[in-house]
Design a protein around this ligand. Structure first.
Ligand SMILES: Cc1cc2nc3c(=O)[nH]c(=O)nc-3n(C[C@H](O)[C@H](O)[C@H](O)COP(=O)(O)OP(=O)(O)OC[C@H]3O[C@@H](n4cnc5c(N)ncnc54)[C@H](O)[C@@H]3O)c2cc1C
Ligand code: SF4
Ligand code: SF4
Length: 652
């Protein structure tokens, strides 16, 4: 084979600590290498032209580029060699930036290591075979997981573009956290007035199929052709009949049922609709508190329901949906404030979370929008807000910033002063993070126009004194200890990944970080894509963010899906497993081990059977290859002999 080697300098990124010209000279001594050079920026247009010219001039049959991580530029170079007439798989990359120049400043050692990596790539390339993709049709339906503001935006944008959308929401209504908020920063407009019309729009679109009280059971398939099993949880109310009149809730005798929508500040009934603007507005029975289930008798709602919608025998139902792309918008949960025992959250009723305060402020909340203390219903006069509770604190394993707490504290303090003009609001903070448009001005308004008193420092302890709470902290600007007697303390609890996020990631085969937030394909250039083709991200499931950014990501993910669906077919990746039938002993181990169900039995005409790979389902993970006892399955483009050729070079 005639191989050309191109060693990139990447400006000084590589050339700063690697002698790239020496690596190119060394490459000329490797078997099969007929041309080698070093270039300033190989990925630039002139750099790619240089490769294409060399392919023609030197009649090259394969190309190695020694440069950066293949994650970014492998597709660029594959396209470049293809344009010059080579098969795109007659190309290899050696990573001499992330694996060499960026991790050591020892120029001599780096140059030797870079040359070794190039030599390994050359040895592998010498065994490469041209590979060809096939085309499969795309199913132009999209599934959106999670009906918070990010998922709603994604669903509406896809629907607007004419796509069929399947929206899956685990709660009985869409809306997510935004539906629980009173007003929103920095405009202080009513949350449900902004979100409500979008929720209604979802319910009215003919091309959006909504599954509420539903979750994904399993996912199989690949980009363009996913099969998703959705579990519709039993609600014990036939939603086709339920009109949302609410009579059942009024008459239900089980009245002490915890209400997550109101953040447990007031009870609900065993049959309920979570909030007046719910979409769908349908009743659901909480089996754990329904007397029909717990005591075997009641039946009040069944007797009272004017349309006969109650069905105590209802079971979960599994439905199968075929879609070509999936947008994940499953949002977040809040840090459990009881982890800070010294603050008394969970022990003292008047120490509450920011989301509980949103419910107190909301007109549809437990106190009708009047600010009252949970303990005795009195109007509080001194309110203390504590920032960063479960954010930027490695001691509780939450070193990251939650991104919205500084802002929602300012909003809640402004609203408090609006509701109770003679109140005093104090904010204990580490430093203010208000980087959005008009955000800093908003915090200033809280301080200057509304007289909210900001104390820079952490709170050490909160303890009861009579019917009040003493908040002890430090003012680090003045260098003094501070004590405030408060009637109500609001802890700005941080954002954490949604419960079940990791299990869902495994079903979707996407990655997540150490805190359970889903990983984007590239933090700057591919912020809503994942490493699994056809699966996109939107909203806080990817990391803490506010509503504008969640909405922007919802639209961005929808745009990505529209771009994917603008074609009728999709090219499959030919780097998949292939069975050598003559070597296969039909033990079935590969079928057992394949996580994607990509291997099946092929019945032979003369009797007997052999394993067969479905190329469009195979993800090229290599598990079967490693498991197969007679090595009858090989991964094309990464065969055992290619790996051994590389290892041999390394050990030589
Ligand atoms: C107290 C507080 C006040 C805030 N105030 C403001 C503000 O004033 N302005 C602002 O810009 N931002 C504010 N925010 C931030 C705002 O709430 C978020 O930016 C926004 O809710 C993110 O939307 P989302 O759709 O990504 O997530 P979510 O709102 O969490 O929605 C996610 C949805 O996915 C569903 N879901 C979860 N898992 C699954 C699953 N496995 N399958 C199906 N469905 C699933 C959930 O039930 C939920 O409906 C505030 C946050 C808090 C905590
Ligand atoms: S279940 Fe029956 S009573 Fe309850 S809201 Fe629905 S229609 Fe009304
Ligand atoms: S490489 Fe093998 S185990 Fe992995 S997906 Fe393909 S067939 Fe399945």
């Amino acid at each position: 084979m005639r191989i050309g080697v191109f060693v990139c300098q990447c400006g000084t990124n590589i050339a700063g600590t690697v002698d790239t010209a020496a690596v190119a000279r060394k490459a000329l001594t490797f078997p099969d290498v007929v041309y080698a050079t070093s270039y300033m920026y190989t990925c630039s247009e002139p750099g790619q032209k240089e490769i294409q010219n060399a392919i023609k001039e030197h009649n090259l049959q394969g190309v190695v580029v020694a440069a950066c991580s293949p994650r970014m530029h492998e597709p660029t170079f594959r396209r470049a060699v293809e344009k010059a007439g080579l098969n795109r798989y007659m190309f290899e990359m050696a990573n001499i930036r992330e694996h060499v120049s960026w991790i050591s400043s020892d120029r001599e050692a780096n140059t030797l290591k870079a040359a070794d990596l190039v030599r390994m790539a050359v040895a592998k390339l010498a065994l490469n075979q041209p590979l060809f993709s096939s085309k499969v049709p795309i199913n132009k339906r999209v599934m959106v997981l999670g009906g918070g503001v990010a998922g709603i935006q994604a669903a509406l944008d896809c629907s607007e573009g004419g796509l069929e959308v399947v929206l899956v929401e685990k709660n009985s209504s869409i809306g997510g956290k935004m539906a629980q908020l009173d007003k929103t920063f920095p405009t202080v407009d009513c949350s449900s007035c902004v979100l409500g019309p979008k929720m209604v729009d979802v319910s009215q679109r003919e091309n959006i199929k909504l599954y509420a009280m539903s979750e994904v059971d399993s996912i199989s398939g690949y980009v363009g052709n996913f099969t998703v099993q959705v579990r519709k949880k039993a609600t014990y109310v036939n939603w086709d009949l339920c009109t949302g009149c609410g009579i059942c809730t009024e008459k239900c005798p089980s009245k002490q049922v915890p209400d997550p929508f109101n953040q447990y500040l007031a009870p609900t009934r065993a049959i309920n609709i979570p909030f007046p603007q719910a979409i769908p507005k349908k009743a659901t029975i909480n089996k754990d508190y329904c007397r029909q289930f717990t005591k075997g008798k009641c039946g009040v709602c069944q007797k009272i329901c004017p349309v006969g919608a109650i069905d105590y025998t209802m079971q979960d139902e599994i439905v199968t949906e075929q879609v070509g792309a999936i947008i994940v918008a499953t949002g977040f949960d809040l840090f459990d404030y009881s982890a800070y025992g010294e603050y008394g959250g969970g022990r003292y009723p008047d120490v509450i979370s920011g989301l509980q305060y949103e419910r107190i402020l909301s007109a549809s909340g437990p106190f009708g929008g009047h600010i009252k203390r949970p303990s005795d219903g009195k109007e509080p006069k001194n309110i203390v807000f504590v920032a960063c509770v479960g954010s930027r604190d490695p001691s509780v394993d939450r070193p990251y910033c939650s991104g919205v707490c500084c802002m929602y504290i300012a909003k809640q303090a402004i609203l408090t002063r609006d509701h109770i003009p003679d109140s005093n609001c104090y904010v204990f903070y580490m430093d203010i993070r208000a980087p959005g448009k008009n955000y800093d001005e908003f915090v200033r308004r809280a301080q200057e126009e509304y007289g909210v008193q900001y104390v820079r420092g952490r709170v050490g302890k909160i303890y009861p004194k009579g019917d009040r709470l003493v908040v002890q902290g430090a003012d680090t600007l003045l260098g003094v200890q501070v004590e405030v007697e408060a009637d109500l303390v609001v802890l700005a609890t941080g954002i954490e990944s949604a419960s079940g996020a990791q299990e869902l990631a495994e079903k979707l085969r996407i990655s997540y970080d150490q805190y359970g937030f889903y990983l984007e394909s590239h933090p700057k250039l591919r912020p809503v894509e994942t490493n699994t083709a056809g699966v996109y991200l939107a909203g806080v499931c990817q990391g803490p963010k506010d509503i504008p950014s969640s909405v922007a990501q919802g639209s961005a993910a929808a745009a990505k899906v529209q771009a994917l669906f603008s074609r009728d077919t999709i090219e499959t990746d030919p780097q998949v497993a292939l069975v050598n039938e003559r070597a296969c002993i039909a033990c079935g181990k590969c079928i057992e081990v394949c996580p994607f169900g990509a291997i099946q039995w092929k019945e032979l005409r003369g009797g007997g059977r052999k394993a067969e790979v479905l190329p469009s389902v195979c993800q090229g993970c290599g598990l079967c290859n490693a498991t197969c006892p007679p090595k009858a399955i090989q991964l094309q483009h990464t065969t055992d002999s290619q790996i051994l050729a590389e290892v041999n070079i390394l050990c030589a």
